[in-house]
Design a protein around this ligand. Structure first.
Ligand code: NAP
Length: 270
């Protein structure tokens, strides 16, 4: 935690979507270690509870006497009614959120346009774009009233660069980038901060989901290359959130050292 000014996180309340695995889980745990309260949101409640237990342990280990309140909230962000009912599942003392981390998202398949199932197209847009927007809409109203808050959207290298086999996913992440840039401009006359973190290759459940549970296919994505870990991106997110209030990190694009674009990477000598 030495790179973070922990005092800026003490007692803050952070809401992380997609906190049941990968980047979201690592982020929730790191905020817990920094003395924040965390609302963990995802669909798999058992996985959320396991991550919440890890948050409790991390907070205890930190020895900090602020923060340390956690809530596991089962919400499918692609379901507008569930998003609208989110506060009903959050204890009263955690409802003043300081930092929103819009992280829930996924990619399904590598099919090319013409062969992509409608359900996959609709699911990716419903979660990555509409879900992110619904959660932002819910929280940003309150940020404006309280004249404080930080929206951290998890975009992707796929939001900067299209690639074959990723037409729908890259379209959703380009939409996230456009939405994030627009709200940053809308909020320029407020203290509310808006950030987009854009990871390159991170080894999480992401590729397992993409290859529909085929762990061998997922492992090949990282063959011969050291990918980022969920913890690497969590450190970036917590760093962004712990800058002084007048500093807004607008975009943060982070790749493994042997990745140079969505399709250019070095996998070592064969
Ligand atoms: N891994 C990478 O290489 C990479 C690179 C760039 C950007 N990203 C982005 O990073 C974010 C996190 O991905 P990850 O790599 O950590 O993958 P992951 O391990 O698969 O985590 C995805 C998280 O999103 C949640 N989620 C998915 N659909 C949801 C929904 N409808 N409602 C609520 N939660 C939902 C999942 O939880 P439940 O299944 O329990 O709902 C899970 O917690 C995503 O936005 C992804 O696009 C990842």
């Amino acid at each position: 935690m030495s790179v973070f000014n922990a005092t800026r996180l003490l007692g803050k309340t952070v809401l992380v979507t997609g906190a049941s695995s990968g980047i979201g889980a690592a982020t929730a745990i790191l905020f817990a270690r920094g003395g924040a309260n965390v609302i963990l949101v995802a669909r798999r409640i058992d996985a959320l509870k396991t991550v919440t237990d890890a948050c409790i342990a991390a907070h205890k280990e930190s020895g900090l006497n602020q923060g340390g309140k956690f809530a596991s909230v089962q919400v499918d962000v692609s379901d507008k009614a569930q998003v609208a009912g989110l506060w009903d599942k959050v204890p009263q003392d955690l409802r003043n959120v300081d930092v929103l981390v819009n992280n829930a998202g996924y990619v399904l398949g590598v099919e090319h346009a013409g062969d992509i199932a409608d359900a996959d197209i609709e699911g990716m847009f419903a979660t990555n774009v509409l879900g992110l927007i619904s959660v932002t809409q819910l929280l940003i109203k309150d940020f404006k009233v309280r004249k404080s808050g930080h929206v951290i959207n998890i975009g992707s290298i796929a939001g900067r660069e299209p690639y074959a086999g990723g037409s729908i996913y890259t379209a959703t992440k380009h939409a996230v980038r456009a939405f994030t840039g627009s709200i940053m401009r809308e909020l320029v006359n407020t203290p509310i901060r808006v950030t987009e973190v854009q990871p390159g290759m991170v080894e999480t459940e992401f590729s397992i989901v993409r290859y529909r549970g085929d762990t061998n296919a997922a492992a090949k994505v990282y063959d011969g290359l050291q990918p980022l870990t969920a913890g690497d991106i969590a450190e970036e997110i917590v760093w962004v959130a712990s800058r002084p209030p007048h500093v807004n990190v607008a975009e943060l694009f982070v790749m493994p050292v042997n990745q140079a674009s969505a399709t250019i990477n070095y996998r070592g000598p064969k």
